[in-house]
Design a protein around this ligand. Structure first.
Ligand code: GDP
Length: 457
């Protein structure tokens, strides 16, 4: 981390989308020096030092011209600021250039920095990685930054903000503290086998591990966080020709699925991503649930069944013009884990036949009648499913894997035949927990996490 890195932090301006402003950031020991050479004409030739009085006060935006260090030509005029280490986002000396957001301006500025010869383009996520390396944030907070940038709905943003504020970090660190205290008791018992241990130590160790296991188990059971990051899965199911594809198209307000007169044309699972009242939703249209001799269609039906079984919510779509009550009873009987809270019965084609039943949502995919009521029902069901609990939810498969490993080690510790073995199991459990926050660092893991970031973050 001795080198100084730089990157455009805002989107790359194109001819169609120039920005009003583009921000270039630099981080590293020579960031302030770079700022002098870029803002003081001919300074690069004369070779000014970082102690130059031309440097503005740190953390204060100052209007400056930006020059090409070699030719001395003015590239742009804009606001610049610099931050003294360690009081910056990365913990290093940082500089920011707020440029006009045009292609030539941004291109010229990046080239000017390159001409200095002592800065290099940042890798994806490198700024955040440096912040992590310098102890500015733990891994759960770093991941929250990525989530915040990726957030598309209000609820996703709220979750990312909560995690960025350290809610998950605190939860996992509290568990680690509890585990390490238990470990200390066990180690004391190993180190002083002949001493009289204070009475009740064994009980205390047992109680500590049991409590930890119960808390982690409840956390693992809570799928809200992952649902919110990845979207709630809603499957549209129902007999062929009921209007499932039409309904999906209506909800998506675009032609995502093929609407056809022939039964059984929707052979695969088609997904549409929606924002329903702040909840991210992945709506899947499934093949008509009916027995068929056609191999491709059978496969479609199999996938539809699998999707329906794993969905968070299901929309059961029926045809108002053809005995929908009987179809409903048949489907309810054959659908796995049927549950009034998770399943919404939609009776379609009410432009052709009227439906009066308080338990179903009557709609017309053709005219759009009943759509607001249906959206309201989906939002309500999603809200109930995602109801706020006290503790921050688990958000990533990476965390889940580590916690499952932690649980397994703790379970072994409880049944270990010797104190030394129990201590080793608790130690392994704490290592797994430490991997989540980065207290226990594993370089390959860090590479994977930060690679998913965009350049300039
Ligand atoms: P799917 O097999 O369940 O996906 O059904 P489709 O969406 O392909 O629709 C089957 C047929 O019903 C098509 O001819 C649609 O135009 C028609 N349809 C769908 N929704 C409505 C509706 O609300 N009213 C009427 N009258 N026809 C509809």
């Amino acid at each position: 981390m001795d080198d100084t890195i730089y990157a455009l932090g805002t989107p790359v301006p194109s001819r169609a989308h120039p920005g009003a402003i583009s921000v270039v950031r630099l981080s590293g020991p020579r960031a302030a020096e770079a700022l002098i050479f870029l803002t003081e004409r001919r300074a690069f030739e004369r070779g000014h030092s970082a102690r130059d009085p031309a440097l503005p006060e740190p953390r204060r935006m100052t209007l400056r011209s930006l020059y090409d260090p070699k030719s001395g030509e003015a590239i742009d005029r804009g606001l610049v600021a610099w931050f003294e280490a360690p009081n910056s986002e990365t913990g290093e000396t940082m500089a920011e250039l707020h440029l006009h957001g045009g292609r030539a301006v941004v291109g010229g500025a990046l080239e000017a920095i390159a001409k200095l010869g002592f800065c290099r383009m940042a890798e994806p996520g490198e700024f955040t990685r440096r912040a992590f390396e310098n102890g500015k944030l733990d891994l759960t907070r770093a991941e929250a930054i990525a989530d915040l940038v990726a957030a598309e709905t209000d609820q996703q943003r709220r979750q990312a903000m909560q995690q960025m504020d350290g809610a998950l970090h605190r939860l996992y660190e509290d568990w680690r503290t509890l585990g390490l205290r238990t470990l200390a008791h066990l180690e004391a018992a190993i180190d002083f086998p002949d001493e009289d241990l204070p009475p009740g130590i064994a009980d205390e160790v047992h109680a500590g591990i049991t409590q930890l296991r119960a808390e982690i188990a409840a956390h693992l059971d809570d799928r809200r966080g992952e649902r919110l990051r990845e979207g709630l899965h809603i499957a549209i199911i129902g007999p062929p020709n009921a209007g499932k594809s039409s309904l999906l198209n209506l909800l998506a307000r675009r032609d995502a699925a093929i609407v056809s007169e022939t039964a059984g044309t929707t052979r695969d699972v088609i997904e549409v991503h929606l924002d329903l009242g702040g909840w991210p939703v992945v709506l899947a249209d499934t093949a008509g649930l009916r027995e068929s001799g056609d191999a491709i269609e059978q496969e479609g039906v199999r996938r539809a069944r699998a999707r329906a079984a794993s969905a968070d919510l299901r929309l059961l779509v029926l045809d108002a013009t053809s005995g929908w009550q009987a179809e409903r009873d048949k489907l309810v009987a054959s659908t796995e884990r049927w549950d009034g809270a998770r399943d919404i019965v939609v009776v379609n084609k009410i432009d052709r036949a009227s439906v009066a039943d308080a338990d179903v949502v009557p709609v017309s995919a053709l005219s759009g009648d009943g759509l607001p009521e249906l959206l309201g029902r989906i939002e309500q069901a999603a809200g109930a499913l995602m109801q706020e609990g006290g503790a921050p939810p688990l958000t990533r498969a990476r965390h889940r894997e580590a916690l499952v490993e932690c649980q397994a080690s703790l379970a072994r510790a409880l049944t270990a035949s010797e104190i030394a073995l129990a201590a080793e199991d608790v130690r392994l459990a704490m290592r797994a927990l430490g991997r989540i926050t980065g207290t226990v660092r594993i370089d390959e893991l860090l590479d994977i996490i930060f690679r998913d970031f965009c350049i300039g973050k």
